[in-house]
Design a protein around this ligand. Structure first.
Ligand code: TXA
Ligand code: MG
Length: 345
């Protein structure tokens, strides 16, 4: 495996050319985006894309995102580019938004898991942009981790999860957004959030308000009984530890449950397991218990940036129990609450 450090803002063109050559020859390259690290392959080469699925151990029914350099290139890979898509692309690209639209014939089946749509994104990260341009082809890339594991926000996380399954890693330092892009499906009269992220429902709604279009959430089961983004259906983004989520007002109950658990643990093991790790926005919220307390940021942007590194660290020290104080229920926290809920499933 080759791991090459690049300057996040001014990547060395020589190194980018080397990585682009790997992609053009049908190989895989892990690279930073502003959200999480991606595991890239030439999106127009079906056998290259199938290598992504084997490296990740990802089931074939879960489609991958195609990364392109501009709105103009995105339009080449769809048969219909509705006004809502144009509007959102103009407002949020390059950036952490993925737009699902009808798939053009040039996109192989394997990219879309045989479905009629394709997910497109123009990433903002200079390394991702440089790589797409040098490869001269769209790049299919899911997050660069084994299936169901926590997404990587550093090159180290990529290596720990995929090991020798990834031949080439561009190390551009830690990702700034920290959780995966918001995924929306765009139609003529509707925009549906398939996966929440840091571009929230309110911002999307403001952007398309002029078109008279409203934004709805696919997790509103009354409206959308069939999940439309396969990857959002199950346990995902999950650390190895058991995860207990709690709202701040449940701290008292939680402390009691912990005390009971520790008593049972003491009877069963002489050595005593590693103490639970607690990710807290309110320091000292759980009194009494023997905990490894990790202070989490107040602001959603900072919280998202730090979250996966905190989950990866808990895995690294082999924590058996991870206790997480849920952040508030506002739209700006929806992506984070979604990932936390799925980590606990
Ligand atoms: O931020 C991100 O989106 C990162 C970076 C690398 O761009 N990528 C990422 O990819 O998170 P992945 O494969 O881990 O998640 C892609 C999500 C999955 O939930 C998948 O089911 C959904 O997007 N998806 C992909 N293509 C789709 C399609 N045609 N229709 C509906 N959902 C789709
Ligand atoms: Mg993923």
């Amino acid at each position: 495996m080759r791991i090459v450090v690049v300057d996040a803002n001014h990547p060395d063109p020589e190194i980018i050319r080397e990585a682009a050559l790997v992609l053009r020859n049908g190989g895989l390259v892990a690279f930073p985006t502003e959200t999480v690290y991606g595991l890239g392959a030439n999106a127009l080469d079906a056998s290259a894309v199938s290598r992504i699925y084997s490296a990740k151990g990802r089931p074939a029914w879960n489609p991958v995102i195609v990364h392109v350099a501009s709105v103009e290139t995105a339009r080449l890979y769809t048969t219909d580019w509705p006004a809502s898509a144009e509007c959102l692309a103009q407002r949020f690209w390059p950036g952490p938004l993925t737009i699902v639209v009808p798939r053009a014939d040039s996109i192989p089946d394997v990219v879309s898991a045989g479905g009629p749509t394709v997910a497109l994104r123009v990433p903002a990260h200079p390394v991702a942009k440089a790589l797409i341009n040098a490869a001269g082809t769209p790049i299919a890339a899911p997050s660069a981790n084994r299936y169901t594991q926590v997404s990587p926000t550093t090159a180290q996380h990529v290596v720990e999860s995929l090991g020798e399954r990834v031949p080439f890693v561009l190390d551009g330092g830690p990702c700034q957004v920290g959780i995966e892009s918001t995924v929306v499906e765009c139609g003529d009269d509707a925009v549906t959030i398939l996966r929440p992220g840091m571009i929230d429902a309110d911002s999307l709604g403001e952007a398309v308000a002029g078109l008279g279009i409203r934004v709805s959430d696919s997790r509103d089961v009354a409206r959308h009984p069939i999940p439309r983004s396969p990857g959002t259906a199950e346990r995902h983004y999950a650390p190895n530890a058991d995860v207990w989520l709690f709202e701040p007002e449940e701290a008292g109950e939680l402390a009691m449950a912990l005390a009971a658990r520790q008593e049972i643990g003491n009877e069963m093991t002489k050595s005593g397991e590693s103490p639970p790790v607690a990710l807290l926005r309110t320091p000292g919220l759980i009194g009494g218990a023997n905990l490894l307390e990790v202070r989490m940021p107040e602001e959603p942007g900072d919280y998202a940036r730090d979250l996966y590194a905190a989950l990866h660290r808990a895995d690294k020290i082999r924590a058996e129990l991870l206790i997480i104080e849920m952040p508030p229920d506002g739209p700006e926290w929806a992506g984070i609450r979604d990932r936390l809920t799925r980590a606990a499933r």
